[in-house]
Design a protein around this ligand. Structure first.
Ligand code: F6P
Length: 366
C-alpha cells in the first residue's frame, strides 16, 4: 500500500484533528501506511521524528479536540528551494510520495508548487549524489490533495471551509453573552470579528444574532454610511430596542478602501447617537475550542475523500482540493479554486465590489 502523509498548515481551525483522524484511519482501512507531519512545513524540512507513522489508536478521541494536535507553523525554510529539497529528501527517506494537507489558500498554493517542482527536486537529489536513480524510481511524482481548513470561509469553490461553523457558533454565543449585559444597561456594543479579507463570519453572525448593522469588506456601506448607520440604530431604539449590536469584520473598509475600525464605529454611536458604547474584539476565542458537529462531520467525510483521491490519482492528475457544494463532497482542481479566491481579493482592490460579492457566491452559480 501507499505511504500517505497528512499535515496541517497555516492558522489552526476547529476540525483539523478530525481531518487527521479520518486520513489516518481511512489510510489504514485501505491498506496504506499513514504518517503525520508535525508543525506544518517545518516538520517536512526537519524530518526525523517530525514525520511520524501513525497507528489507529494514535488518533483516538481526536475528532472532538480543538486546534491541531500535530501543530502548525508559518515556515520560512520551506520558502526557499534548499528547504524544499531537504523536505523532499526527508519524504523519500520515509517512502512517502503522497501528501494530504489541510490549510488555507496560502498553504495549499505552497503544496501545489512543491508538487510541480518535485521532479526537478528528485533530479537534484540524484545529481548531488544524495540519492541514486534506482532509489527514486518510484518517487517520480508527488501526489498532493488539499483540504480547506480555515475559520474565515474564504475559499471560493466550496460552501464551507473546515472550522467556519465552529467559529460562527462561538461568535454567536459570545454575542448572546454580550446581549445580556448590553440589554441591562441599554448599551451599544461594537463587536470586531475575524475573517481576514472575508466578511462571511461577520455577515452570518449578524444574521444569526439580529445585529443592527454589519460592516464587511466585500460589500462596503454607502458613501454616507455614518448617517445611515446612526439613523438605523436610532430607529431601532425608537421601536423599543434596549441594546445595539454593530458587527465589524476585521477587514472592513469604506467604498474608497479606507479602513473602518470598531473604535470609529464606537465614536459615532456615542457622539452622534448618544449611546453608552463599548468595543469587544473577540480575538482568538473564535478560533480555538472544540469543533461543532458540522465541522467534525465535514472534516471526516473530506478526510476520507482525500485518501480516495490519493488512491485514484494518476501521475499527471492535477492536484485536487476537496470541497462541499450543495451538500455534496466533491473534488475540484486546487489551482482553479485558489485563482477564484484571489480574484475576489483583486476585485476588492479594484473597488469592483459587485464582482467581489459574485466571487464569494461562485458555488451557487456553477
Ligand atoms: O485565517 C484565520 C485568522 O484567524 C483570520 O481570521 C485572522 O485574520 C488571522 O487568522 C489572525 O492571524 P494570527 O494567527 O497571526 O493572529
Amino acid at each position: 500500500g501507499k505511504r500517505i502523509a497528512v499535515m496541517t498548515s497555516g492558522g489552526d481551525s476547529p476540525g483539523m484533528n478530525s481531518v487527521v483522524r479520518a486520513v489516518v484511519r481511512q489510510s489504514i482501512a485501505s491498506g496504506c501506511t499513514p504518517f503525520a507531519v508535525y508543525e506544518g512545513y517545518q516538520g517536512l524540512v526537519d524530518g526525523g521524528d517530525m514525520i511520524k507513522e501513525m497507528a489507529w489508536e494514535d488518533v483516538r478521541g481526536w475528532t472532538s479536540e480543538g486546534g491541531t494536535l500535530i501543530g502548525t507553523a508559518r515556515c520560512m525554510d520551506f520558502m526557499n528551494r534548499a528547504g524544499r529539497l531537504t523536505a523532499a529528501n526527508n519524504m523519500v527517506e520515509k517512502g512517502i510520495d503522497a501528501l494530504i494537507i489541510c490549510g488555507g489558500d496560502g498553504s495549499l498554493t505552497g503544496a501545489d508548487k512543491f508538487r510541480a517542482e518535485w521532479p526537478s527536486l528528485m533530479d537534484e537529489l540524484i545529481s548531488s549524489g544524495k540519492r541514486t536513480d534506482d532509489e527514486l524510481k518510484s518517487f517520480r511524482h508527488l501526489n498532493i490533495v488539499g483540504l480547506v481548513g480555515s475559520i474565515d470561509n474564504d475559499l471560493s469553490s466550496t460552501d464551507a471551509t473546515i472550522g467556519c461553523y465552529s467559529s460562527l457558533q462561538r461568535i454567536c454565543q459570545s454575542i448572546d453573552f454580550i446581549d445580556a449585559t448590553a440589554f441591562s444597561h441599554q448599551r451599544a456594543f461594537v463587536i470586531e470579528v475575524m475573517g481576514r479579507h472575508c466578511g462571511w463570519l461577520a455577515l452570518m453572525a449578524g444574521v444569526s444574532c439580529g445585529a443592527d448593522f454589519v460592516l464587511i469588506p466585500e460589500n462596503p456601506p454607502s458613501e454616507n454610511w455614518e448617517q445611515e448607520m446612526c439613523s438605523i440604530v436610532k430607529k431601532h431604539r425608537k421601536m423599543g430596542k434596549r441594546k445595539t449590536i454593530v458587527i465589524v469584520a476585521e477587514g472592513a473598509h469604506d467604498r474608497k478602501l479606507n479602513k473602518i475600525t470598531a473604535v470609529m464605529v464606537k465614536d459615532l454611536l456615542s457622539q452622534k447617537v448618544g449611546l453608552d458604547t463599548r468595543v469587544t474584539t473577540l480575538g482568538h476565542v473564535q478560533r480555538g475550542g472544540p469543533p461543532c458537529a458540522y465541522d467534525r462531520m465535514l472534516a471526516t467525510l473530506q478526510g476520507v475523500e482525500a485518501v480516495k483521491a490519493v488512491l485514484e490519482a494518476k501521475p499527471d492528475t492535477e492536484s485536487p482540493v476537496i470541497c462541499i457544494v450543495e451538500n455534496k463532497i466533491v473534488r475540484k482542481p486546487l489551482l482553479d479554486a485558489i485563482a477564484k479566491t484571489k480574484e475576489v481579493a483583486a476585485n476588492i482592490e479594484k473597488m469592483d465590489f459587485e464582482a467581489a460579492m459574485r466571487g464569494r457566491d461562485a458555488e451557487f452559480e456553477e
